[in-house]
Design a protein around this ligand. Structure first.
Ligand code: ZN
Ligand code: ZN
Ligand code: FE
Length: 748
């Protein structure tokens, strides 16, 4: 007889791990106990050596589906003579190291019960079990136990309590466990804040509203959605008007995969992503059939499947696809509190469907795109956050990395892992900065996290940089400001566990460079310690600064001025026709004098310039729009490319634009342009002779571009790494920042 003491670390709480251990112990006739603690799960079992070894083996191999084990520590000791096997109450002592799991989509078992008229939870919008349901968005503090969640106010009825306490039940210690008798319920409000109906009646009316062309604000898992019929142009364009969102595509929720197949053509990988428990929005090739205003000018739609019982009930009852976009005004953070919805969403929605299970923290829907056969996260949030990224080696200190500005996330780094926050949004105004601060302080508190160093971007005008300066000063912490494209590359290195030196190709819209100009077409030799800027695209001027970011025609004009000087004004091109005569002359003067016209090497802007020269888009209404439209025009049968030149450390784009300007066929022009960029990568990679190449930055979300770069470089023996865990866009830079801050040695 021996006693086996085991400590399991990882995502092992709230996933049915203790009942699993209980069943395993019973099966092997072992005595002892299992308990959650702040570091994971502790187990002691007594029995003969053979059974104990088997126990250890099965612990990892038969673990519950949602559990993720990161570390198993065990030792064999003398037996104490336990008489039975017990599940003990949680202890709250010690440093918190437990990980909260993300919110998971309704499982198959719960779904079956939801639509089974004989089940006591028939049509109950809050059904869940240990294999599914909310977690991250309901936990108030650790450990994850019912009194520490927003379910604390609901006292379980005898039937629910019996399930909750029965180790053999699927709902054993399912913290949000509830039923129509004892759990939360729905209530429907008018936009003026009057209560119209409750419970089943509220749901019936909500369905009626959607069927008859109304706009409904609906409280979901991590915030509010605005919903309306995705097949009705009238209501979708009305929603655009109210939300003040001109063209940025809306996501569409479908009742089932079968329904999606009527409107889009998902590949096998895309189907798997749609059905995964994380239930992200997946960008799919559209077949048509939805209202044109859902995704104006694009050939892809963002599709997803219901992930909460409430979504399932609504989608099935309405019987057609629904726009499901985050409940906010454009540029604002998503609303997640009842009072926020009643105040802020009343102008956007006709009715508001609330429920009385509080959302503790906001968590937007995630977005994934399949690029060159891999799933690339575009927005990593619900279903993924707050799962951490494991690093190849330990960080030297605890680090808070605040990210950038657009599509922001922040990160907490410690030991060998980085916990990336949920999507924060564009931190560019007071509202979003407030939300950002609230979210940073919330996660730090949840994990009792005290940073030893703070890392931010070098951009002096990012709100997050300003915030980091204040915060580090208040707490007397060292602050590191790191270059944007270096952070991009580091995040790609970190998620692949690469060490040593790599060639980082970091292309995006803009990032602040060491020389005060705006970078964005960079080839960097990177290690975790440092980087060198090897090559970059010849800089050109952004006439009017920020304005040029929204107007591809300004970028194209600047490229033409670089090529032809004032003569450019006499050219017969769509770009020039997009301005009036007076504007053109003013812009030329601005370009010549350089007033408010910063230099940039950005490839994202080159894409914009091309979009204008080919008259695909002259003015954009959301970031990345021009690049997305060019992507749709790419023709894989066009194999050739334009000439380009490498001059010292610069890539001269002039020959590219000169040839492109003469091209008559848009598709051929776009395809050759993208092929040329891939050829540039190959030339530089050969020049440097480094085997490993990391692709990062917002431009590296472009499917044909990434596919072409990989095809070219891999056929020449290079190893190409693309993002698969964190976004290539600025939503991923906090990971790179965290790794840099955690490993840096010199500042002490
Ligand atoms: Zn379930
Ligand atoms: Zn109940
Ligand atoms: Fe960037």
């Amino acid at each position: 007889m021996k006693r086996l003491k085991v400590h399991v670390k990882g995502a092992v709480q709230g996933v049915g791990f203790r009942p699993f251990v209980y069943r395993l112990a019973e099966e092997l006739k072992l005595k002892g106990f299992v308990i959650n603690d702040t570091k994971g799960v502790q187990i002691e079992v007594e029995g003969d050596m053979k059974s104990l070894e088997l126990f250890l083996l099965k612990l990892s191999s038969e673990k519950p589906p949602l559990a993720r084990i990161h570390f198993v520590d065990f030792q064999f000791l003398e037996p104490l003579g336990y008489e039975d096997f017990q599940i003990r109450e949680s202890s709250e002592l010690g440093e918190r190291e437990v990980f909260v799991l993300p919110d998971m989509a309704t499982c198959e078992d719960c779904l079956r019960e939801l639509f089974d008229p004989s089940d006591r939870r028939y049509l109950y919008p809050f059904i869940n079990c240990t294999n599914c349901g909310p977690r991250f968005t309901i936990v108030e503090r650790l450990p994850y136990d019912r009194p520490n969640t927003t379910m604390k106010g609901f006292t379980m009825c005898s039937k629910c309590l019996k399930e909750y306490e029965d180790p053999k039940d699927r709902r054993f210690h399912a913290q949000p466990n509830a039923c129509p008798r004892c759990g939360p319920w729905l209530s429907l409000y008018s936009s003026r804040g009057e209560i119209l109906a409750e419970k089943d009646r509220a749901l019936e009316l909500a369905v009626e509203i959607l069927k008859s062309g109304g706009i409904l604000a609906l409280k979901g898992i991590g915030g509010f959605h605005l919903m309306c019929d995705a097949t009705s142009e009238a209501v979708v364009s009305l929603l655009r008007e109210r939300k003040r969102r001109r063209e940025k595509p809306f996501a569409v929720m479908f009742s089932s995969l079968e329904e999606i197949l009527f409107y889009a053509e998902p590949s096998n990988l895309e189907r798997a992503l749609l059905l995964s428990p994380e239930r992200p929005i997946v960008l799919l090739k559209a077949k048509g059939g939805l209202a044109p205003s859902v995704a104006p000018g694009l050939k892809r739609i963002g599709a997803f499947l219901p992930y909460s019982p409430l979504h399932h009930l609504i989608l099935r009852s309405v019987g057609r696809p629904m726009v499901a976009t985050s409940g906010n005004l454009s540029e604002e953070p998503i609303a997640y509190k009842d009072h926020e919805a009643l105040e802020r969403l009343s102008e956007l929605a006709d009715y508001i469907l609330l429920h009385n299970r509080e959302i503790k923290r906001r968590c937007d829907d995630s977005v994934v795109k399949v690029v060159g056969g891999f799933a690339l996260p575009i927005r990593r949030s619900r279903g993924y956050a707050p799962m951490f990224i494991t690093l190849p080696s330990e960080l030297k200190r605890k680090v808070l990395a605040v990210g950038g500005m657009l599509k922001n996330t922040f990160a907490l780094g410690f030991k060998d892992r980085v916990l990336l926050s949920q999507h924060v949004g564009d931190v560019e105004n007071l509202g979003t900065l407030k939300a950002f601060e609230e979210m940073v302080l919330d996660l730090m508190e949840l994990y009792s996290f005290e940073p030893e160093v703070v890392v931010c971007d070098m951009h002096p005008r990012y709100e997050t940089t300003r915030w980091a300066r204040n915060f580090s000063e208040e707490r007397d912490l060292p602050l590191l400001e790191i270059q944007h494209h270096f952070a991009h590359t580091l995040s790609c290195m970190a998620e692949h566990g690469l060490e040593g030196e790599v060639l980082g190709i970091a292309w995006d819209g803009t990032g602040y460079g060491e020389d005060g100009t705006l970078w964005g077409g960079e080839f960097l030799m990177c290690s975790y310690k440092d980087y060198r800027r090897l090559f970059y695209f010849s800089p050109f001027k952004l006439i009017g600064g920020e304005k040029a970011v929204k107007e591809p025609r300004r970028v194209a004009l600047s490229l033409l001025f670089e090529l032809f000087g004032e003569e450019a004004l006499n050219l017969d091109l769509p770009t020039l026709k997009a301005f009036d005569f007076k504007e053109l002359h003013n812009l030329y003067r601005a370009w010549k004098s350089g007033v408010n016209s910063p230099q940039t090497s950005s490839v994202g802007r080159l894409f914009d310039g091309v979009a204008s020269l080919l008259d695909i888009k002259q003015v954009i209404s959301y970031e990345g729009q021009a690049s997305m439209m060019l992507e749709d025009l790419y023709d894989p049968w066009v194999g050739d490319h334009y000439p380009f030149e490498l001059e010292a450390s610069r890539i001269n784009w002039k020959p590219i634009i000169l040839s492109l300007k003469e091209e008559k066929d848009k598709r051929r022009a776009v395809s050759r342009f993208i092929n040329t960029l891939a050829q540039v990568c190959l030339r530089v990679a050969k020049e440097m002779g480094v085997e490993r190449v990391c692709l990062s930055g917002g431009v590296m979300q472009n499917d044909p571009l990434i596919s072409k770069i990989r095809e070219l470089l891999e056929s020449e023996g290079f190893r190409v790494y693309v993002h698969q865990k964190v976004p290539a866009n600025d939503g991923g830079i906090s990971l790179g920042q965290a790794v840099f801050g955690g490993l840096w040695e010199q500042y002490l």
